[in-house]
Every structure is written in structure tokens, then in C-alpha cells.
Design a protein around this ligand. Structure first.
Ligand SMILES: NC(=O)C1=CN([C@@H]2O[C@H](COP(=O)(O)OP(=O)(O)OC[C@H]3O[C@@H](n4cnc5c(N)ncnc54)[C@H](OP(=O)(O)O)[C@@H]3O)[C@@H](O)[C@H]2O)C=CC1
Ligand SMILES: CC(C)CCC[C@@H](C)[C@H]1CC=C2C3=C(CC[C@@]21C)[C@@]1(C)CC[C@H](O)C(C)(C)[C@@H]1CC3
Length: 259
């Protein structure tokens, strides 16, 4: 049973999921749904919207190309680094309840493709200079997101790997160490920061005339703030005093000097 989804409150447990890894033989429903149908469905919906725009207006707009390219990179990255999902709280702690079943299969493909849906009905002229700035924002976000996630994954797999061996760490009572320099010495969730910067770059090609393309950015900020609080609680339970020491050393959660 999932540690989080067995609180005794039936509504909460239905949302978070009672069973941790529902399986038939070796087929793990949660692991499959987390990465395959929703993410691939999202890319296919985006592509269909791009093709429909080409049919309507002769060719896809630059804004549509950017949104498609950025989100394809995000999904490609998730599939390329597939094994990293095994250490996320969704796989380790959360059950396969309404949140993940609905989230993976319906929420991700249909709401994450909102920017492309918006562009089909509200074409947005985008010049090359602004497009270059947006690409730069995406590149910075991706650099932080990938750098932080890879640094932690490499360290968790092999702390003496030369790419992470020189980083400063704090020892914990569990025998595991926490990184306190590199990306993880900047804020306590540098990967969330990179992800949020990328989310901004996905919305900007749609202009600023409407709030709808910014829905993902707003929802994602709320999701990550809540997720960060849940992770913080779990880390405090796991690492106790060492976690307090890490928080003193790295006081900001997601955005340096702000939050
Ligand atoms: N697009 C989307 O809808 C979503 C995207 N994401 C993205 O998924 C990715 C994974 O996120 P998530 O699973 O929430 O969390 P993280 O990848 O940030 O993992 C948190 C875990 O990392 C370990 N950790 C924390 N601090 C340190 C440190 N200083 N040194 C070493 N290990 C540390 C702890 O686990 P332990 O010590 O046990 O290893 C902690 O529980 C992120 O990039 C996030 O942005 C997440 C949710 C939704
Ligand atoms: C329905 C609710 C309002 C919210 C549902 C939340 C889910 C949609 C997200 C919870 C964690 C997720 C992750 C990804 C997609 C969204 C959900 C399922 C992820 C697969 C996206 C790609 C990333 O690279 C990742 C790190 C693999 C993500 C893992 C967490």
C-alpha cells in the first residue's frame, strides 16, 4: 500500500491512491502511465494542431514551431532519461489513485497542449528577435533543469563519479549524503526552477493578450510549491538533523533570494 494514500480519509485516499504499484505480472500500470500514454499523447496532439494550422493558413507559424519544438524536447528528455522517474515521489510514495491516473492519462495531454490549441485559434505574429529571446529563455531553463536532475541522479548512482566527486556534501544518519554545492547548493530545488523557466518559454510565443496560454505556468507553480512542501516533509522525516543543516546552508527553496 502507498504510504501517503492510506490516511483513513476515503476522499484523500481515493485521490492519492491506496495501492502503490498495481501490476499484472511484470506490467506496472503506474510506471507505464507516468511516461508513455500521456506524454506521447501530448506530443501527438501538438503535432495534429501544427498540421491543422498548416492546412488552415498555408504553413505553421513560427510561434507554433517554437511551442511544438520546446515541448517535444521536454518529452524526449523525459523518455531519454526514463530511469530517473523511478526515484520521483510519484513512483516511490504516491499510490496510483485518481491524481496520477487522471493526471497522466487526461490532464497531461489535454491541458499541457493548451498553448498549441490557443495558437490555432489566436494566431500570434512573432518576429525573429523576440523568438531568439524566447529560445534563450528556454535554453537557460533546460540547462538548469537538466544540469540539476543529472547531477543528483549521477550522485545517487555513484557518489565517486568524477563529475560529482568534488562536490561538497553533508552526511546523514541513513548513510546517504546530501549535496550542498553545485546546483543543489544554489537552492533546494534547482530542477523546479529550471522547469518553471521552461514553462514561461512555452507560454511566451502566444503573446500576452490572453491569460489562457499562461495557465500551465500558474498551475505548475502551484503544483511545484505544494510538491516542494511534501518533499520537504519527507526529507525531514528521512534525514532529521542533517536536513535542518542543509536548510540552514541552502535557505532558499526554488528561487534564489526570493522563495
Ligand atoms: N511537468 C510536470 O508536470 C512535472 C514535472 N516535475 C519535474 O520532475 C522532476 C523530479 O521532481 P521530484 O520528483 O518532485 O523531485 P526531485 O527530483 O527534486 O527529488 C527530490 C528528492 O531528491 C533528493 N534530494 C533532495 N535534495 C538533495 C540534495 N541536496 N542532495 C541529494 N539529494 C537530494 C531527496 O531524495 P533522496 O534523498 O531519497 O534521494 C528528495 O526527496 C523535477 O525536475 C520536476 O520539475 C515534477 C512534477 C510535475
Ligand atoms: C490532476 C492534478 C491536478 C495534478 C496531476 C499531476 C500530474 C499531472 C503530474 C504529477 C507528477 C508528474 C510528472 C510528470 C508529468 C506530470 C505528472 C504526472 C513528468 C512525467 C513530466 C516529464 C518530466 O521530465 C518528469 C520528471 C519525468 C515528470 C515526472 C513527474
Amino acid at each position: 500500500l502507498a504510504p501517503g494514500g492510506n490516511s483513513g480519509n476515503p476522499i484523500y485516499d481515493f485521490f492519492l491512491g491506496r495501492e502503490l504499484n498495481p501490476r499484472i505480472c511484470s506490467f506496472d500500470f503506474k510506471y507505464f502511465c507516468e511516461l508513455r500514454p500521456g506524454l506521447i499523447g501530448w506530443v501527438l496532439i501538438n503535432l495534429a494542431l501544427l498540421m491543422q494550422e498548416a492546412e488552415l493558413r498555408g504553413s505553421p507559424s513560427l510561434a507554433m514551431w517554437l511551442v511544438n519544438g520546446f515541448q517535444l524536447l521536454y518529452v524526449g528528455d523525459a523518455l531519454w532519461h526514463e530511469e530517473a522517474v523511478l526515484t520521483t515521489m510519484d513512483i516511490i510514495r504516491d499510490g496510483f489513485g485518481f491524481m496520477l491516473a487522471f493526471g497522466d492519462l487526461a490532464w497531461v495531454p489535454f491541458t499541457y497542449s493548451l498553448q498549441a490549441q490557443f495558437l490555432l485559434y489566436h494566431p500570434e505574429p512573432l518576429g525573429l528577435p523576440l523568438a531568439s529571446v524566447i529560445c534563450l529563455i528556454k535554453a537557460v531553463g533546460y540547462y538548469i533543469f537538466r544540469g540539476a536532475n543529472s547531477q543528483k541522479n549521477t550522485f545517487r548512482k555513484n557518489p565517486s563519479d568524477p563529475r560529482v566527486a568534488d562536490l561538497e556534501t553533508i552526511s546523514t544518519a541513513t548513510g546517504r549524503r546530501l549535496l550542498v554545492s553545485g546546483w543543489w547548493g544554489m537552492v533546494r530545488h534547482p530542477n523546479y526552477l529550471g522547469d518553471l523557466i521552461m514553462a514561461l518559454a512555452w507560454s511566451l510565443p502566444c503573446g500576452v493578450s490572453h491569460l489562457l496560454p499562461y495557465f500551465y505556468l500558474l498551475y505548475f507553480t502551484a503544483l511545484l510549491v505544494h510538491r516542494e512542501a511534501r518533499d520537504e516533509q519527507q526529507c525531514l522525516q528521512k534525514y532529521g538533523l542533517a536536513w535542518h543543516a542543509y536548510c540552514r546552508r541552502v535557505p532558499y527553496r526554488i528561487v534564489p533570494y526570493i522563495y
